[in-house]
Design a protein around this ligand. Sequence first.
Ligand SMILES: Cc1cc2nc3c(=O)[nH]c(=O)nc-3n(C[C@H](O)[C@H](O)[C@H](O)COP(=O)(O)O)c2cc1C
Length: 246
Amino acid sequence: MQLTSIQQLQLKHSSVRRFLPRPLDPGLLESLIRCGQAAASSSFIQAYSVIRVTRPEARAAIAKAAGGQCWIEQAPEFLLFCADLRRINAACEGAGKGELEGYAEHGLAAVVDVSLMAQNVLLAAESQGLGGVFIGGIRNEPQVLVEQLALPKRVLPLFGMCLGWPNESNPVKPRMPVGFVLHQDVYQEVSAERIALYDETMAAYYASRGSNIKLSDWSTATATAVQGKKREHMHEFLRQQGFFRC
Ligand SMILES: Cc1cc2nc3c(=O)[nH]c(=O)nc-3n(C[C@H](O)[C@H](O)[C@H](O)COP(=O)(O)O)c2cc1C
């Protein structure tokens, strides 16, 4: 089967964390956001906002909060993607239906909306020759985002995105075999033997890459990563911002 140019672009994705000191051309950022907005949206709620962070002090505070990720300060663009229920709340109040309740389903719909939108932004950027990386590390200290960027209630900072012209090219990380994630008719557990084979593939990848060489595999790296990112404050933070209250 012949892959389209879009499929080829998708399959060569790798995150970029080092950038040339060159700004985006005028209008490019707006066109990327427009592509993001073209993503499907649950009930067309369009429950997202993107904050372009240009203030160096804010970038520095966010980089520190995200565990010292210097590319947040160095990237030509740093965007914060938020689930945003404020416009929906205003619509509810305007229609005389009262304040929007913080139902789990509304929060989930907003989180899905912003995620689809952000991936569209990154893909559009990559199609222009730009590179970027998502930054979930902002959830280490989400209150820093609230304070630095004046985020009101019903706006939930979910992840950032560094964008710019790449100054590095990383090898593509081998994804799990399609058979792990594509199930037919019923859920099919992946056997430990097949996971072990994927671990071997990932161990070879980690050992062979040019920088950040690791002696690890997918299972080990993942088990370690989730222990280090429990972010127990998130439960209370979600409630504070008006999400998932009931
Ligand atoms: C929601 C999300 C949050 C992420 N957070 C970070 C982050 O804080 N810092 C970082 O360097 N990479 C981050 N990444 C990038 C992942 O580490 C990366 O996508 C993954 O290892 C696969 O590598 P690839 O994008 O190069 O294929 C994040 C990715 C996603 C989707």
